[in-house]
Design a binder for this molecule. Sequence first.
Ligand SMILES: Nc1nc2c(ncn2[C@@H]2O[C@H](COP(=O)(O)OP(=O)(O)OP(=O)(O)O)[C@@H](O)[C@H]2O)c(=O)[nH]1
Ligand SMILES: [Mg+2]
Length: 196
Amino acid sequence: MEWAILFVGSVGAGKTQAIRTISDIEVVDTEAGATDETALLKQNTTVAMDMGVMQLGAHDKVRLYGAPGQDRFDFMWDILLDQSRGVVLLIDHSRPTPVEDLAHYMAQLTRRMQSRVLPIVIGVTHADMGGPLNLDAYRNYFGETTLIGHRQAVPVLEADARSLHDVKTLLLALTSMLDMNERFPARGSSNKSLHA
Ligand SMILES: Nc1nc2c(ncn2[C@@H]2O[C@H](COP(=O)(O)OP(=O)(O)OP(=O)(O)O)[C@@H](O)[C@H]2O)c(=O)[nH]1
Ligand SMILES: [Mg+2]
């Protein structure tokens, strides 16, 4: 079976890098020279999407999509979300207000997914560059907000997008969630047989 995972998150968090790290093929990217405030952070930025491919076990071929971090290219998100079965949200810990970044991207995802609830895994990147890392600061966000449609557990993991081990761990968490959702579908969504 062929299916897709979407990497989203803050500018420079490592979405393109993560896909390059794990893809079995040369990544197709749409990076262009950064302009405006992004140019202060990095030379290139994704303007449309990245795409890699990963073979998973004997039967699954997983397309790895990377969304642009900049809000002005967010028209791509709906298209890519629509194609995807799970989301890896990368947050750059070295940015000034990373927990607010998390809130921003979660709000966007929740709004755009509407009734479709996709599993999400959070990867906190650049822990080697920012202040001391306490993952609870990120986890508390999920305790405090009432995320409609996101009552599911959202794992929060530290990850360096350059590390094969770390990117694999994120994808393992996500594929485990997908597997659980398939075995134990949420009540009310696919238990039609109970009422047949
Ligand atoms: N030091 C450090 N660098 C990292 C880490 N994760 C990713 N990087 C680097 O951060 C830089 C930016 O990564 P990109 O993959 O271009 O970021 P992006 O999320 O695709 O950014 P946009 O496309 O602009 O939204 C690259 O040079 C990565 O190698 C990390 O955990 N620590
Ligand atoms: Mg990119």
